[in-house]
Design a protein around this ligand. Structure first.
Ligand code: DGL
Length: 272
């Protein structure tokens, strides 16, 4: 592994580009190899078994590109399959979305009442709740967690409807119970939610701090080999055709996306 080895990032689809955006704003000289599993997205409504199988295959694909580090941008994978990624990656360090966000939440909450929003699978896994309870216990603090799955936020972000009346209505509906719980901190536990940050903040009110899990996870990147390339060439791999990824991805990332290639996973069917 050398300083020019890329940072590997994967997600169920396009959303992980919000994490790439944060990584590149902190480490602009690093090269990224990104995989978005656009043919099999969404992961958030799938079973744990299926997401764990996908996570293994996604990690194996990134390993073919000899990354110096793997970032699991997908919160769903981070919640239910981080151990699979770590085991598959072996010596290569792996950063998921859950632990950094929980540490940040405990750092900033005053009331100890923390909200978590994510996909159905992330919320059902209780990965954030468990991690928050564990870290709070270590620091001899009390924390109460209130979670809500917000699946419609994903298509709203992809449609570019993040500032629409529809998004506001959906946000009010989803976030009602979290507002009632009187949290002072809310973890955006899904790749797409930072795109809706403005509306989520306006619905939650100015006194609630929002945590972008991708942003805080990016701050945990400690590189033993640092690239000093001034214009690194990033590559993007997708499992469906690249067109939609390019259009929506450019919006999420805020820059033009070149070098997108389609990859096909060749598997055979078997009865389980
Ligand atoms: N990337 C997923 C996550 O962060 C959201 C989209 C999906 O359900 O696959 O959990």
């Amino acid at each position: 592994m050398s300083s020019t080895s890329p940072i590997g990032v994967f997600d169920s689809g396009i959303g992980g580009l919000t994490v790439v955006k944060e990584i590149l704003s902190l480490h602009p000289n690093e090269r990224i190899i990104y995989f978005g599993d656009t043919a099999r997205v969404p992961y958030g409504s799938k079973s744990i078994e299926t997401v764990r199988r996908y996570a293994l295959e996604d990690t194996e694909l990134l390993l073919e590109h000899s990354p110096k580090l793997i970032i699991v941008a997908c919160n769903t994978v981070s919640a239910v399959a981080l151990d699979v990624v770590k085991m598959t990656a072996g010596e290569i360090p792996v950063i998921g979305m859950i632990e950094p966000a929980c540490r940040e939440a405990l750092r900033i909450t005053k009331s100890g009442r923390v909200g978590v929003i994510g996909t159905e699978a992330t919320v059902a896994s209780k990965a954030y709740d468990t991690q928050l309870a564990f870290l709070a216990n270590e620091g001899a603090r009390a924390v109460a967690t209130f979670s809500k799955a917000c699946p419609l936020f994903v298509p709203l972000a992809e449609e570019g409807w993040e500032n629409s009346a529809a998004a506001e209505l959906v946000a009010k509906e989803y976030l009602g119970s979290i507002i009632e719980a009187n949290v002072d901190t809310l973890i955006l536990g899904c790749t797409h939610y930072p795109v809706l940050r403005k509306i989520i903040q306006s619905v939650m009110g100015p006194n609630v701090s929002l945590i972008n899990s991708g942003e805080v996870a990016s701050r945990e990147i400690l590189l033993s080999t640092i690239s000093n390339s001034s214009s690194p060439e990033h590559s993007y791999l997708v499992s469906d055709t690249p067109q939609k990824f390019q259009t929506i991805g450019e919006r999420f990332l805020g820059v033009q996306l070149d070098n997108i290639k389609q990859v096909i996973f060749e598997e055979t069917w078997k009865v389980v």
